[in-house]
Write a protein that binds this ligand. Structure first.
Ligand code: XMP
Ligand code: MG
Length: 176
């Protein structure tokens, strides 16, 4: 039987500080505007909850849930929306909040779909960026941390639905 072991990569205090910085940056960039934050379920919900509480501007929130055909840990290139927004975004300042950008396939597809709905502006904030694994060009406007090609869990991120509750971001290792 294979069990996993976790090792802390970003402790809660480091995450808290960085998320406050990001929220400050977003607050400055959108001063005087009201944004719609679009969270990508499920992984982004913890990050999004912390991020919006650091904002000094009004925001509303909505969520999308996406599925990519494939084995669940690897994007296959076919992304579909399994839960769509409930808010019309035409003319709105929209900020997508996602847990992690890996190959870039999911977010580039989501951006393409939402752009088609003619928001006034559309930006992306990711908690983690695995830039070395990009398969399609994609650059987020706001990035919490960049990480190498490692699998991480905690702070909303899961492995088979486990570990989302961990307050730290942890590396996942298999032990036989
Ligand atoms: P793309 O399309 O950019 O997909 O390849 C990004 C999605 O892949 C998942 N992902 C991870 N989930 N730990 C996780 O818990 C990881 O290290 C990891 N890397 C990629 C995640 O769902 C993300 O939205
Ligand atoms: Mg995700």
């Amino acid at each position: 039987m294979v069990e996993e072991q976790t090792e802390v990569l970003f402790p809660k205090a480091v995450i808290d500080r960085r998320v406050r910085e990001l929220a400050g940056e977003i607050t400055r960039d959108y001063a005087g505007r009201e944004i719609l934050i679009v969270g990508v379920l499920k992984g982004a919900f913890v990050f999004m909850a912390d991020l919006i509480r650091g904002l000094g501007i009004p925001c509303s929130v909505d969520f999308v849930r996406l599925a990519s055909y494939g084995d669940g840990s690897v994007s296959s290139g076919h992304v579909r929306i399994t839960k769509d927004l409930e808010t019309p975004i035409e003319g709105r300042d929209v900020l997508i909040v996602e847990d992690i950008v890996d190959t870039g396939i999911t977010l580039s597809r989501l951006v393409e779909v939402l752009r088609g709905r003619r928001p006034a502006s559309l930006r992306v904030c990711v908690f983690l960026d695995k830039w070395a694994r990009r398969q399609v060009p994609f650059a987020a406007d706001y990035v919490g941390f960049t990480i190498s090609d490692v699998f991480v869990v905690g702070y909303g991120l899961d492995f088979n639905e486990k570990y989302r509750f961990l307050p730290d971001v942890c590396l996942l290792r298999d032990i036989a």
